[in-house]
Design a protein around this ligand. Structure first.
Ligand code: 26V
Length: 809
């Protein structure tokens, strides 16, 4: 530590003294020997003490008012780091920074070593995290329920261009934010038998059981007005060790129960390639659903004493189908523990639950083999049959459903091996079913849920996603935030739609210039990171063209890479032309069993290697793949982007939320008419976004009419040259056949319509070049993006859920 650390304690602020006191008494370190992570923990614990007071106040207020509570159940919460978020929302940033500085500690440095809580994959998990923050900001009495994964999302390393997955060990050094709640522990049973007596009383005797234990993390809303709870469940064996077995010498066997329990909370998305993996995933889902529903019912009974009041006092939102088994679990508690009759229980369940759908991709719609479901959850199987009978009776009565419709509505898929359809269970068990962008909601009605929609025409509604402007503007982009504040005052900090006031500054040349300087400084920061972290040198004056998100064929990183290859080819052929210097950045993780996605990562790296070392392109084109894309990297990358790639095959991206984050930070979108891109376009205006490609209707029509990518490829010289170069090994001289199958897939089926959209995409990129050359015009467009995307604040989204679904506002 520096000299400041040795300065006499009398000069220090009370806050600095509290931090030192925490360091000594709770971390057990003297300030002279304390390391960065000790200071990090001491700072968090000191802040947490203050948060606890507000937390308790919030809890007391909820009790006193008897307010309805909202429960957001999600298998994923992609929280990222919490220190900066908490400091900023509490308005304590400057004070804590100064206190630490007086101790010779740099706040920025310790913020950087806080591990990311990476308990999610991508958009769905990050949405849950934004929603938690907005619910606290809107002062709703809300709880998040999830799993406290020991390892969470894997860490991605790139070895010779290939993705390698490593376990993320975010809990190794403890987690100063959380509180273990020993008193909130629940019995979670699996398997066994169901018996019923003459009086109709049903008894489930599970063959095995684990204990769910709660860990609570405080969630601070903007201006610290309210602190809510994120409750994550961990698993414990009832008998952590079988002493008899241990003493008899079977040391591993004696611990098997604990190992089995811990497997439940080890990783997010255990590979479902094996039957054991599938079973683990269903166990996880039941484990956290059961614990959460038991906790909701316990709290409700404690405060209100009458289970019939549950729908008036609790709203439970199912984040996708992962917690859909909650519907059957609540029914089980109502029927078997509270002894309600089926009709009354079913009415209570439906009025309590809401379900949000996040994807229409058939391979992502969950269903469980019936034999597995029955073996693991025999009582729930009976309940699912009873629900199904009720729903099919309603369908028959309605007269609206023919045989085909009945088969589609059924909770049981009878095509081939019988399977339980979790989306149908969630749908029928909820009074509200929502999509996450206008187009997505329309497509839900027309496709996967068409028959259920005819039966329950008022149930499907839209809630376009949002992002929290605290994390995704104020915290990640302090330069832009202060520029905006100087221009329009601070009102946008409390109401993101006030950003509209910036619109008139789009024509102000001096503002445009300052806006450009902010962007440039952010790009310099990112360039420094890329150089230091990966040895990649990029020019901050080039156009930063960024595609960061999960790697998936429907998101079409391949379209971007092929266009990059085509551009490379053109620059080499016509070096004399006035090319716009570009830096193409990619980042994202591929599911570990997703072969093509992993190959696309390798391709991006191979293309980067070749282009970056080719003196013929000079500084005109640079390509980078940024390893281990996560929330913290997003906070670094997004403020530095000029161009945001949102190029999914139309109809396939439910919403996207990265698109909103980029626009809010002054990047211009190049995108298809898909997901929330459409609503972004409606708000920023056609002149301030670059749209290309087939619409969702055209994609469907093209498929119906019989799509033949081969002729399209053969008719596009640029496209066929780029594909052939990749296929023939130009970018993989060490293994020339590496991309042969990936490329021949484009000729043969091209399910994601890369070929169909290629020429339009390439032309759109040249439009981008033209706009970039008019720097004032570019800046004006970027400013108009910032000014018009305040509507995509998750405060607006949560306001709509609260009003239309939860009935709490
Ligand atoms: C999951 C899977 C798992 C099996 C393999 C294929 C596959 C494909 C997609 C998914 C997505 C699961 C749900 C999800 O994360 N949806 C995302 O939710 C975001 C928040 O609503 C939304 O912005 C994204 O568009 C949507 O993809």
């Amino acid at each position: 530590m520096t000299d400041a650390a040795a300065s006499p304690a009398v000069d220090r602020s009370p806050l600095a003294n509290r931090i030192v006191d925490t360091l000594i008494h709770r971390i057990g370190k003297d300030e002279r020997v304390a390391r960065k992570h000790d200071w990090l923990d001491a700072t968090i614990l000191t802040l947490r003490d203050e948060i606890i007071d507000k937390w308790m106040e919030s809890t007391r207020a909820a009790h006193a008012s008897g307010a309805k509570r909202v429960y957001y159940i999600s298998l994923e919460f992609l929280i990222g780091r919490l220190l900066r978020d908490a400091l900023s929302n509490l308005g304590r940033n400057a004070e804590v920074k100064a206190a630490l500085a007086s101790l010779g500690v740099d706040l920025d440095e310790i913020e950087e070593i806080e591990p990311d809580a990476a308990l999610g994959n991508g958009g769905l998990g990050r949405l849950a995290a934004c929603f938690m923050e907005s619910m606290a900001t809107l002062e709703l009495s809300a709880y998040g329920y999830g799993i406290r994964y020991v390892n969470g999302m894997f860490r991605q390393r790139i070895d010779d261009g290939w993705q390698v997955e490593l376990p993320e060990t975010w809990l190794t050094h403890g987690n100063p934010w959380e509180f273990e709640r020993r008193e909130s522990a629940y019995f979670i049973g699996f398997g066994g038998e169901v018996t019923s007596n003459a009086a109709g009383r049903v008894d489930w005797n599970p063959a095995e059981a684990v204990e769910a234990v709660a860990f609570d993390t405080p969630v601070v809303g903007w201006r610290g007005k309210r602190v809510n709870t994120l409750r994550l469940w961990s698993a414990r064996a009832f008998d952590p060790i079988r002493l008899d077995a241990f003493n008899a010498g079977d040391h591993a066997g004696a611990l098997a129960g604990q190992v089995r329990a811990e497997a439940l909370v080890r990783v997010l998305y255990p590979s479902d390639a094996s039957a054991a993996g599938q079973e683990l995933r269903l166990r996880q889902e039941y484990f956290f659903s059961s614990a959460s529903i038991q906790d909701v019912v316990r709290r409700h009974m404690q405060y209100f004493g009458d289970i019939r009041l549950l729908p008036e006092k609790a709203a439970i939102q199912l984040n996708d189908t992962h917690p859909a088994i909650s519907v059957a679990e609540l029914m089980r508690l109502l029927l078997d523990h509270h002894e309600l009759d089926f009709d009354e229980a079913w009415d209570i369940a439906r009025r309590t639950f809401g379900y949000t759908n996040h994807t229409l991709l058939p391979e992502a719609l969950e269903s469980w083999p019936l034999p597995l479901f029955e073996r693991l959850l025999p009582r729930h199987m009976q309940i699912v049959y009873a629900i199904n009978a009720q729903v099919l009776r309603e369908a028959a009565r309605s007269g609206a459903a023919d045989g085909g419709a009945i088969a589609a509505i059924s909770l049981i898929d009878e095509n081939g091996e019988r399977r339980i359809r979790m989306a149908n269970l969630a749908f029928v068990g909820s009074h509200s079913v929502n999509g996450v962008a206008a187009l997505h909601t329309e497509l839900m009605k027309q496709t996967v849920f068409a028959d259920l929609h005819r039966l329950y025409p008022d149930r499907i509604n839209n809630k376009t996603n949002g992002i929290t402007p605290r994390r995704w503007l104020m915290e990640c982009n302090p330069r832009l935030t202060s520029l905006i504040r100087d221009a329009i005052g601070p009102a946008f900090c409390d109401d993101a739609e006030q950003l509209k006031l910036l619109e008139s500054f789009a024509n102000d040349a001096s503002f445009r210039e300052r806006f450009g300087e902010v962007k440039r400084s952010n790009k310099v920061d990112l360039s420094n990171y890329l150089r230091e972290d990966q040895g990649l040198r990029v020019d901050p004056d080039a156009l930063f063209d960024v595609q960061v998100k999960r790697i998936h064929e429907y998101k079409r990183q391949l379209l971007n890479i092929i266009d990059t290859v085509a551009l490379y080819d053109q620059i080499r052929s016509h070096p004399e032309r006035d090319w716009v210097p570009r830096v193409k950045l990619f980042g994202g993780k591929a599911a570990s069993s997703y072969h093509n996605a992993k190959l696309i990562i390798k391709l991006a790296n191979d293309v980067a290697k070749r282009i970056n070392s080719d003196p013929a392109v000079g500084g005109l084109l640079k390509v980078g793949f940024i390893p281990n894309y996560n929330v913290s990297l997003a906070e670094r990358i997004i403020p530095a982007a000029d161009l945001s790639e949102q190029i999914s095959t139309a109809g396939m991206e439910a919403s996207g939320t990265g698109n909103m984050k980029f626009a809010l930070n002054g990047a211009i979108t190049i995108g298809t008419l898909d997901g929330a891109n459409i609503e972004i376009k409606d708000r920023v205006g056609d002149d301030n976004i670059v749209i290309f490609g087939l619409t969702a209707d055209e994609v469907a029509e093209t498929r119906r009419a019989g799509y033949s990518p081969r002729s399209i490829i053969e008719n596009s010289r640029e496209l066929s040259q780029a594909i052939n170069a990749i296929a023939s090994g130009v970018f993989s001289p060490d293994d020339p056949g590496r991309y042969r199958d990936l490329m021949s897939g484009l000729y043969d089926h091209d399910w994601f319509m890369v070929a169909a959209d290629f020429d339009a995409y390439a032309a759109a990129q040249r439009t981008v070049d033209a706009r970039w050359r008019d720097r004032g015009g570019w800046q004006a467009s970027a400013i108009r993006n910032v000014a018009n995307v305040g509507w995509f604040s998750s405060d607006r989204t949560i306001g709509e859920y609260a009003r239309d679904i939860w009935n709490v506002m």
